[in-house]
Design a protein around this ligand. Sequence first.
Ligand SMILES: Cc1cc2nc3c(=O)[nH]c(=O)nc-3n(C[C@H](O)[C@H](O)[C@H](O)COP(=O)(O)O)c2cc1C
Ligand code: SF4
Ligand code: SF4
Length: 353
Amino acid sequence: MLMSTHASLLYFSGTGNSYRAAVWTSGLLNRAGIDATVTSLVEQHLSGMEETSSGRITGVFLPTHGFTAPWTVIRNVLRMPRGDGSPAFVVSTRAGIRVAGVCIPGMEGTAAYLIALILALKGYRIRGVSGLDMPSNWMALHWGLSPANAGVIIARAQARMERFIGGILQGNRVYRGGICLALGLLLSPVSFLYLIAGRFFLAKLFFADNRCTGCELCATSCPCNAIRMQGKKQPRPYWTFSCESCMRCMGFCPEHAVQATHSGGVLLWYATHYILAASAAFLVPLPKPFTLIAGYFIRLGVFFLTYILFWLLGRIPLVNRLFSWTTLTRIYRRYHEPETSVSDLVRKTLPGK
Ligand SMILES: Cc1cc2nc3c(=O)[nH]c(=O)nc-3n(C[C@H](O)[C@H](O)[C@H](O)COP(=O)(O)O)c2cc1C
Ligand code: SF4
Ligand code: SF4
């Protein structure tokens, strides 16, 4: 049997899936007589969490991004206090979808085991690792799931969490997702590229369409402080490189005004390609490693500068309409975990029983 009397459940969550898994776990632990608190991983260092975690079980809940853990999660887990041999577990939610009554699993790749490895190196004893299918929230890519399909996936996920936490409470070690880990290791070059470049590219595809009222909800609720409201008369959100593409702003905007431009993505891709080709003459004489590093920074520079231009043009209503009409997110259904409100996600700590 597990001997802890307290549990600290830390989550990073864009649209509430990982948060919901943490809340379910809190209920299960409370029922077993363990006092559990649910805290935002980003805020844990501000929330009075003690410097040591002894006598406590720690759970980390995160979404999968690019077949691995989001950078914000990696960074914040590295900042967690040392484990001193206390037990811990990791749950990585992933993109479940349901088509024609069939549930298709997501793929967490290295997400959960990478976080478990960091915790183990910090001195935690890893008692469980699992992926968890929740409704896919990647609304920049695809239509959000219907409430009925999302409901089926969520009910299955809750049952799976009960089995997972039940096993840990009985004192077992519950390691799941070996095949996903193997695939994730094979795909690790993709994950690496996602972490060093892909996420910056995705951050620069967001814009607010003409329906934006400047209410600032997206900026105040962003878990990464990645949105700056720009413009005095008509403030509009500006997405910085700190954006993790967690989809919170897109999922919770009351006006459905947050879009991810597909046409802009194609233009940005070509702009980067041509500028890199044009700078090749200056880069070729350099040794190979310098060429790669220079190419990388040129790419980021192009993302940065073209986004400023795109954002300024988007302030002209007619141009903004043109951008909106050429992006599929204008017609995509929005998703967030149905029981979760944006205020649940911005609240720092949900106290235990
Ligand atoms: C940018 C981005 C990348 C994603 N990459 C993956 C992935 O590689 N594999 C997967 O199964 N799900 C992926 N997803 C889906 C999310 O991990 C999944 O929906 C998760 O439950 C979201 O949790 P949250 O609401 O707590 O943020 C991705 C979602 C986004 C927005
Ligand atoms: S939440 Fe929506 S309406 Fe409010 S500022 Fe952000 S984009 Fe505009
Ligand atoms: S800007 Fe939007 S998508 Fe990016 S991290 Fe913030 S809430 Fe998430």
